[in-house]
Design a protein. Sequence first.
Length: 681
Amino acid sequence: MRVYDTKSIRNVAYVGHGASGKTTLVDALAFVAGSSRRHGSIVEGTTLTDYSPDEVERQHSIGLGLGYAEWMDTKINMIDTPGFLDFLGEAITGLYASDAAVVVLSGTGGVEVGTEKVWEICDTLHLPRLLFVSLMDKEHADFERVFADVKEHLSPKVLPVEIPVGDGPDFHGIINLFSGKAHMYTPGTKTGEYEEVDIPEAYQERFAKYNELLTETVAATDDRLIERYLEGEPIAREEVIATMKRAILEGEIVPLFVGSATLTYGMRALLTKMVELFPSPAEVTPPADAKLLGRVFKTMSEPHVGDVSFFRMYRGSIKNGDTVYNAEHNVIEKLNHLSVQQGKERYEVAELAEGDIGSVAKLKDTHTNDTFCSQDHPVELPDIPFPEPVATSAVSVSKRGEEDKLASGLHKLHEEDPTFHFEYSSELGQTLIHGMGERHFEILLKRLERKFGVSAELVRPRVPYRETIKARGEGQGKHKKQSGGRGQFGDCWIRLVPLPHGSGYEFKNSIVGGVIPSKFVPAVDRGIQESAVRGVVAGYPMVDFSAECYDGSYHSVDSNEMSFKMAGILAYRNVAPQCKPILLEPLADVDVWVPDDVMGDVMGDLSGRRGQILGTEPDGRLVKISAIVPEAELYKYSTTLHSLTHGRGTFRKKFHGYVEAPPEVAAKVAEESKAETAKAS
Ligand SMILES: Nc1nc2c(ncn2[C@@H]2O[C@H](COP(=O)(O)OP(=O)(O)OP(=O)(O)O)[C@@H](O)[C@H]2O)c(=O)[nH]1
Ligand SMILES: [Mg+2]
């Protein structure tokens, strides 16, 4: 692999809605450029970047993949990203590592939820981008509809540079609006061979319309050009390209191209335009100022290799065997076997120029989001903002005794995938995992099994119910054992009083005249607290009440701390049931974004989950529904939402607070808790 200088590099992410054709496109570009030997296919599981067993099996991308196409003496680094929102973190990190994006649309689907999501991220990053409408050969592909859709829903700045000859199965050529020529493809050729011809008669009118739009729009971004354009002067291709490049960089124009990756139609033009219109790393401001600067944007653990880190250099070039400094972990890393990725293949390189993307294996203590720099000028780049998890589940190991293995496997998975988190909840007695959805969880568990040999399954997380009391009450707790030897004696009177929400627990010592010696009173408190951990309704922690110890008695020989703690426990058990104890259930604030046409179904479903709809409001193309829903009803909600909205809905939830559970819910929870206790004993 030759070394490309900075000016001859392009770093491009391929983003878009699921199944819009990104992976097939990246594969076709590398193949047509001659940089990869095989024209792969999703159906056969042979594409360049969808090579993991899960991706082959499911026929969609899960993690980002790296490849490159060498074209016009330039190396185009290509980052293929998954479109499913469960894996949005991969698209985000791919965009962070790039200097430009190809937003892929399918000729049949047009603008979809996933397209809008990645578009927003490109906007935040001010990434220059172009649109590629793929699958133009597919039945029902419709260029005019996709173009109108983009103009209305994505950006009014979209500008077709190419238009198709024939839509759907009749698609057989592409008209270039710059050159005024048509490329007519020869069906069945391997790398999209075509004949360049004059524009067919039937397309003259359409060409004239789009050509005028192109020239006008480009000229409008440049005052001098517009003058010459108005005076009817012809404008040279080089000038248009240069103007267009600047306009793309500034986000004034988003050019649109068409083709079919399966048939390799339109690949050469797209390769050329990426070289001509996208900036090289030399034209982009690095995220910080330093002599040496790079970032690890992805870590994967590969069987037989160990951890492989993908990184992007921003400043400075590096040679095979160089050392870099990781300031986050204060470690010096040696970059052995410096490589570039072509899908799953790793090709060693002698050097990577400033701005290039590469991979390296077996770093000591470097993880996703870490910065490479030099020790005399340490830098830590701000973290890539990965999306917050939206789904939670519990996991349990299939084989007893593998809990430790589970924990270390989950830890590795978190290092590979920052959108995945886990914790052990001692309150629930379960390991909880947090991520982007059930699809995400399924993939993670498969990976856990394959890579770390632990088999685990998803289980319903227990709901962290609470209990409280609604009325005050008082009574005695007396612990007495005085048969033979040294006895035990503790006796207390307590009063339980409800406190406002969120107050927790308070203890009040109102003992006067030493009826309980002061050294024993704290033991009463401990006894009450200990038993309140398992409340009297359904065994959940009781909160928001005060306990006052106001009377009691003691025995000069037999009383001790243990006895008074027992008295506290007995008093609680005696008094709490009289205080109108209730079950509290956690509620969540839920915001759901869905298309208009399924709003009724989604609201109906939320009501069915005992949700209270607070309101709806338009938000872009979608409607935002705000609701308060009991946590217990939200297990696997993302799966339901996915099927109700055909993948177009998204949601966010956060903890709202606790309220009294309806009596039938409380009864059911108490029943379940009783059954569980019976099973355990
Ligand atoms: N007819 C036709 N089918 C295509 C074309 N490109 C992709 N496909 C098919 O469309 C489906 C999705 O293609 P992918 O390349 O996996 O799409 P993707 O955007 O990478 O999908 P995700 O990774 O899930 O986001 C596959 O079945 C492809 O074979 C095309 O140009 N023409
Ligand atoms: Mg893909």
